[in-house]
Write a protein that binds this ligand. Structure first.
Ligand code: TRH
Length: 411
């Protein structure tokens, strides 16, 4: 479709109706991002949101009360619709709302697009948005809010890019997120309660580094586990059920590391974690001193946790993800903007320890990542993580930007 710039047309009602389409490509990031956004548009912006999902079984991992057998259900004020391969004819029950969001360039049904066109002919074209994947690359600013026109139907689609600068669509951040985080971090009793609830331990371990490990399969893992086992400071590693847990179990000579099972070698203790509902995922990140995360949504949440993080980026063909990873590192390791609380530039050693560790964790070379160098930098990285979160929080969040964009289309 040709890129143009032209505004939308119809007036936005008091309670805008939004259709948000989500295709689950794999894992949990696609539905993780969409579910978070749907809830926030309802709770914080008063929208009526219908979330179309093609894989409710995956969704159920994040939200256990989702019933995959139901074509239609309500959850936290969001109408969740099962997006079957046969969308069926357009009726009053599935006609396009005022805003249509296709997440990550998923293909919304032709019959639905034709119904959007019918709305346009009636003088109220829906605002059509393609929500893109997150990237820190420079070109994102130039593409954010670019428009293209459907060659046959004349419908205008706007490309909405999340990002880390004020010329992008921002990051998902709920209104209460940072105050909830700060309450958790300032109250050891909340942290202890989390340990009791999640692992049945009486309290958070003292004098140990606590690390969460939510990551894809990784050939660098055994070398890291060896270093952790030999660490001077004890390491407590929490491993959610999923893609990395079998490799951790295998390193201990076991078949599985089920929830609440543990294993110890030298200074390293590992605990299997249940896959928690998404609403409880932040607490896991807050409870740790260092978080290994992946994909998109956990990567963003780890930044809001204001703790040091190691990102296992989603691998792409031709190593394209390395460009994306380096673009983020460039921003993240840069000096915090003036005026950011507790902002001091990171020292050279801390900066390079993190950069090198991330590179090796993401397969840039077959050298093992250097845990000792990263561990030495953790206090400084901790301060930096807080300054980064604080600077990012000064920008408007993704849902707010989407809502403002939709409102501005009709002014
Ligand atoms: O699961 P991911 O790897 O997801 C993706 C998808 O693969 C997608 O196709 C790809 O394009 C994208 O990454 C970049 O990682 P992500 O994005 O971090 O999503 C994980 C979600 O799972 C996130 O919302 C947090 C949630 N989660 C829980 O709710 N409970 C848990 O216990 C854990 C470990 C995660």
């Amino acid at each position: 479709m040709p890129i143009v710039s032209s505004p939308g047309s119809s007036a936005l009602p008091l309670v805008p109706r939004c259709d948000l389409f989500c295709t689950v490509v794999d894992n949990f990031g696609d539905i993780g991002v969409c579910w978070r956004l749907a809830r926030q548009l309802v709770r914080e912006h008063g929208w009526s949101v219908r979330l179309w999902v093609d894989d409710l079984a995956s969704f159920r991992h994040l939200r256990p009360d989702i019933d995959p057998s139901l074509a239609r259900q309500r959850c936290d004020g969001v109408e969740v619709r099962r997006w079957d391969s046969d969308f069926g004819p357009i009726t009053d029950g599935n006609a396009p709302g005022d805003i249509v969001i296709e997440a990550f360039a998923c293909h919304i049904p032709d019959v639905f697009i034709e119904a959007m066109h019918a709305r346009k002919k009636a003088g109220s074209a829906p605002i059509w948005i393609n929500l893109e994947y997150l990237s820190a690359e420079d070109w994102v600013e130039g593409c954010h809010l670019q428009k293209s026109v459907h060659p046959q139907l004349g419908l205008v689609k706007t490309f909405f890019f999340p990002g880390f600068t004020k010329r992008t669509g921002g990051l998902a951040r709920e209104r209460e997120l940072l105050s909830q985080r700060d309450a958790f971090l300032s109250r050891p009793d909340l942290r202890d309660a989390w340990w009791q609830r999640t692992l049945g331990l009486p309290s958070a371990p003292k004098d140990a580094w606590v690390v969460s490990l939510f990551t894809y399969e990784n050939t660098a893992l055994p070398a890291l586990l060896v270093q952790w086992a030999a660490s001077k400071t004890p390491i407590v590693c929490l491993v959610p059920q999923g893609r990395i847990a079998p490799s951790v179990a295998a390193w201990f000579g076991r078949e599985t590391l089920a929830p609440r099972e543990s294993a110890t070698r030298g200074a390293l203790s590992v605990y299997g974690l249940p896959f928690v509902p998404q609403s409880e995922f932040d607490a896991l990140l807050w409870a740790c001193d260092l978080n290994f995360v992946r994909g998109e949504d956990s990567f963003v949440r780890a930044q809001w946790a204001a703790k040091p993080l190691v990102w296992h980026i989603y691998p792409q063909d031709d190593e394209a993800h390395h460009i994306k990873l380096d673009a983020f590192l460039e921003r993240y390791l840069g000096d915090p903007p003036a005026g950011t609380a507790d902002a001091r530039p990171l020292g050279h050693d801390a900066r390079e320890a993190l950069r090198t560790f991330w590179h090796l964790w993401n397969g840039y070379a077959s050298t093992p990542p250097d845990w000792a160098a990263l561990a030495a930098a953790l206090p400084e990285l901790n301060r930096h993580a807080r300054a980064w979160a604080c600077a990012q929080a000064s920008l408007p969040d993704l849902a707010r930007q989407l809502a403002s964009f939709a409102e501005n289309q009709v002014k």
